[in-house]
Write a protein that binds this ligand. Structure first.
Ligand SMILES: NC(=O)c1ccc[n+]([C@@H]2O[C@H](COP(=O)([O-])OP(=O)(O)OC[C@H]3O[C@@H](n4cnc5c(N)ncnc54)[C@H](OP(=O)(O)O)[C@@H]3O)[C@@H](O)[C@H]2O)c1
Length: 324
């Protein structure tokens, strides 16, 4: 490793370790006003990626606070295992609904099931997400990270809003990542299906950046329907996803990574407090934060309207055409 790379790594850990780990969580917690215990009684939540990590943490916290939860992941077995970990008294508060969000058709099928169920939601946690280091194409010919982290969220959220599946004063929380600080808004970095060009962390960053932009777009488009959209990131949290995607990082940081409950604290807090919606911010540790840390991401490669048009074309396209 050359000195420049080593210095970059040292700089990265020195800057973010105190902030994104448990250290930052506990330090900031000291300044948080005292709150009554979370109370989500009477609310119906939809949590994607509820079988593991942060989503599983949210499912537990939401049911403990009195909500009913529709729990989504790609695997019925994983969902069953996650529900079995809940105290017996809470298990009946959860309905599981498997759906493969790496496929547009899988997400559309999930959406149809949700709409057909006739239920309305007070909270949607757009939490399902992955980081793949190796290129993985779906059976629809798309790059998996892109679809799971953002295209599926677009399909699901738009479908639920336009299908009238939200109660008044509903909240939608998009779970992005600090990784989004590494990419500008752009469509060229999404759906990288060429193995020679694929970089898992870059694909992830572009998808997570797109989630941030979509949050503003949805507030502008759907705010008058009484729905508030927020975007948050969890810092660095010890989850199966992190262990798999970033094994070395996971070992180095193990003792100080946040617990899933700490990582999803802001996502829960936003639902409990519903702060005024603000543009061009990301919520982290109960506060708004800037959406850009580096100059090179500040100039977008596309407008939000072009991003949405890109997604619309994707959804309109027959599956096979997506590979062209
Ligand atoms: N942990 C962190 O430090 C961290 C940092 C920044 C951002 N995040 C974000 O937080 C979110 C949760 O991550 P995590 O760390 O909790 O990861 P995780 O433990 O791997 O959980 C990911 C969840 O997404 C679900 N999922 C994956 N592929 C899916 C698919 N095709 N269809 C439906 N669901 C699918 C998984 O369920 P199945 O495998 O059962 O399908 C699982 O429930 C992600 O959006 C991630 O990008 C996490």
């Amino acid at each position: 490793m050359d000195t420049r790379t080593l210095l970059k790594i040292i700089n990265f850990y020195a800057r973010f370790t105190p902030n994104y780990t448990k250290i930052g969580y506990f330090a900031r917690k000291l300044g948080w006003p005292k709150m009554p215990p979370l109370d989500f009684s009477g609310q119906n939540w939809l949590i994607t990626g509820a079988s593991s990590g942060l989503g599983k943490g949210m499912m537990r916290a939401a049911t403990e606070a009195g909500a009913t939860v529709v729990a989504v992941s790609s695997s019925q077995a994983n969902l069953d295992a996650a529900v079995a970990e809940l105290p017996e008294s809470l298990q009946a508060s959860v309905t599981t609904m498997p759906g493969d969000m790496s496929l547009v058709s899988g997400t559309q099928a999930l959406l149809e099931k949700l709409l057909a169920s006739g239920q309305k939601f007070d909270v949607l946690q757009n939490n399902a997400g992955i980081l793949f280091n190796e290129l993985a194409l779906t059976s629809e010919g798309r790059e998996t990270t892109y679809v799971v982290n953002v295209l599926s969220h677009y399909v699901l959220t738009k479908g639920l809003v336009e299908g009238g599946a939200f109660n008044n004063d509903a909240v939608v929380v998009n779970m992005t990542s600090g990784g989004m600080y590494n990419a500008p808004l752009g469509t060229a970095g999404l759906n990288t299906t060429d193995p020679a060009k694929f970089n898992g962390k870059a694909s992830y960053a572009y998808a997570k950046r797109a989630q941030v932009a979509l949050t503003d777009y949805w507030n502008d488009s759907y705010g008058d329907r009484g729905i508030s959209f927020y975007v948050t990131h969890p810092g660095w949290t010890r989850t199966p996803g992190v262990k798999k995607a970033l094994p070395v990082f996971s070992i180095i940081q193990k003792p100080i990574l946040r617990t899933p409950r700490q990582g999803c604290d802001t996502a829960l807090w936003l639902c409990a407090t519903r702060p005024p919606v603000e543009k061009d911010v990301v919520w982290f540790d109960r506060k708004t934060r800037v959406t850009h840390m580096y100059d090179y991401t500040k100039k977008p490669q596309c407008t939000i309207e072009e991003l949405v048009e890109y997604f619309e074309n994707e959804i309109g396209q027959p599956a096979a055409a997506a590979t062209a």
